[in-house]
Design a protein around this ligand. Structure first.
Ligand code: DGY
Length: 326
């Protein structure tokens, strides 16, 4: 008998074919995530779950099946999963690191440049029929080359952003819980504490995972320290920034601009105060959204799922100790 799994969204065909060949899979085919009730109904007695970052996978979900072996998240982030609980139960959790690094770093840089050079505002002006002539003072932005970039959290994606910034002749600073010697050696860039980074940077790009420690890491006190010309870029997780403090900082001119791929909440309601401001760009969490990368992520998540169902260590385990316990 094939193992029973639930897949919470349709993935690229190559991944779906693999899943169907190895598993007895039920698949949620809606464009929106399954509701909580649908999720709870469909995880009863399953062996494995292929989830997305939009699915909250907690004790209640895990309680629905005694056979649960694996939760494979099709994302590098896994803050939607109670990993501690999974580990206690010997459920292995997998994620998709590495394959989305460059695609996400490209997008962080796209946001940084779009904010610096007011690309989205320019597009709005043209579409509204307000472009009357070339103007010496029209939509003046900030130079990226030669500016100082502060990277908060220098894992794979932060490092990939640093490499791009190097090509633009930026001065790079980073803050991280631990010094990253690979970064120090490869790029010869400077590790500083968060406060110094906030004070010195023209651009601040967030690349930390969401944990209890990084929840609202950037709030009113942090905005107070930033330059009035600072541009904040967030492609990590929405709750790393206190959104209302960001709104206030942008509205009052405490900082110049923000470009966000992630928000709190997601999706950001169309009537959210942030969206009344011109000096903010909001993208709908698409930093990893290239055809090639999303296909790689789905295949990696599939491999994690199948390995976990076989009782093997998945290629990308988040909690390897879950299997070692058994
Ligand atoms: C992730 O993988 O965690 C990103 O946020 C979406 O690709």
């Amino acid at each position: 008998m094939k193992p029973r799994v639930y897949v919470t969204r349709l993935l690229p065909k190559q991944a779906m074919d693999k899943i169907h060949s190895f598993c007895d899979a039920r698949v949620w085919e809606g464009d929106l995530p399954p509701s909580r009730n649908v999720l709870l109904e469909n995880v009863v007695d399953i062996d494995g779950l292929l989830s997305l970052l939009t699915d909250k996978i907690d004790v209640e979900v895990m309680n629905r099946s005694r056979k649960f072996k694996v939760i494979s998240n099709c994302a590098v982030g896994f803050d939607n999963i109670d990993v501690q609980e999974a580990t206690k139960r010997g459920i292995i959790v997998g994620n998709t690191p590495g394959v989305l690094t460059d695609t996400t770093a490209d997008f962080a840089f796209a946001l940084l440049m779009a904010a610096a050079r007011r690309v989205v505002e320019g597009d709005r002006v043209v579409r509204a029929g307000k472009w009357k002539t070339w103007g010496p003072m029209t939509l003046l932005g900030q130079d990226v080359h030669g500016a100082t970039l502060g990277i908060v959290g220098i894992g794979r994606i932060g490092l990939a952003v640093a490499k791009r910034a190097e090509g633009f002749g930026m001065k790079i600073l980073y803050s991280h819980a631990l010094r990253n010697s690979q970064v120090d050696q490869e790029l010869g860039i400077e590790s500083v504490d968060l406060d110094s980074l906030l004070v010195q940077s023209d651009f601040i790009s967030l690349h930390t995972s969401l944990t209890a420690e990084t929840h609202h890491l950037i709030g009113p006190n942090e905005f107070d320290k930033m330059k009035r010309t600072a541009i904040l870029v967030n492609t990590s997780r929405g709750p790393v920034v206190d959104n209302m403090a960001l709104y206030e900082a942008l509205r009052s001119g405490k900082i110049a601009y923000a470009a966000l791929d992630v928000t709190e909440p997601e999706p950001l309601p169309a009537d959210h105060p942030l969206l009344t401001l011109d000096n903010v760009i909001v993208a709908p969490h698409i930093a990893s959204a290239s055809v090639a990368t999303r296909t790689k992520m789905a295949l990696m998540a599939t491999e994690n799922l199948i390995a976990g169902l076989k009782g093997e260590m998945p290629p990308n385990p988040v909690n390897p100790e879950a299997l070692r316990k058994i």
